[in-house]
Design a protein around this ligand. Sequence first.
Ligand SMILES: CC(C)(COP(=O)(O)OP(=O)(O)OC[C@H]1O[C@@H](n2cnc3c(N)ncnc32)[C@H](O)[C@@H]1OP(=O)(O)O)[C@@H](O)C(=O)NCCC(=O)NCCS
Length: 144
Amino acid sequence: MVRRYLLEHNAPDIDDYLRLRADTGLTPKTAKQAEPIFENSWMWVRAIEKDSGQTVGMGRVISDSGWCCLIADMATDPAHQRRGIGRAVLEELLSEILTSAPDNPYIVLLADAPGRPLYQSMGFVETAPHSIGMQYVPDKTPTQ
Ligand SMILES: CC(C)(COP(=O)(O)OP(=O)(O)OC[C@H]1O[C@@H](n2cnc3c(N)ncnc32)[C@H](O)[C@@H]1OP(=O)(O)O)[C@@H](O)C(=O)NCCC(=O)NCCS
């Protein structure tokens, strides 16, 4: 990641979180949906642009602290994409899981198209046909 950015092991503030989700094309969330996630996630990493102090990237891990980890909310501000931020955020998340969790953690994510090349390049493989991701949507279109 270029020297212009700094990585921190903490969460974005709620406004940055909501902005990054909306600006990167992830489904927008409400403040009420977002409020509990900062304390209740196992780990956060955010990327800050040094000059402006602006939060420009993020990712988090939801974990049971035993064997199961879900990586979520990987997003880089469109004006700062393709500069290594997403890769650096994911490397930090993976490193912390592999350092802290018991052997052989089950590390999963649901990969939207923009993230797939990054995830594949970092060792993630498709789980199908053994397992496929499913979402409970009895009466509407799937969302993330
Ligand atoms: C996925 C995302 C977080 C990657 O962030 P990023 O900061 O741009 O990632 P990086 O600069 O570290 O890129 C890492 C690698 O991902 C791949 N990649 C990233 N953007 C890509 C694109 N638009 N097209 C093809 N490959 C891409 C490349 O392999 C890249 O490595 P390279 O630049 O050395 O070729 C970012 O594209 C994003 O926020 N997308 C919208 C939100 C989203 O869909 N998030 C994923 C949800 S599962």
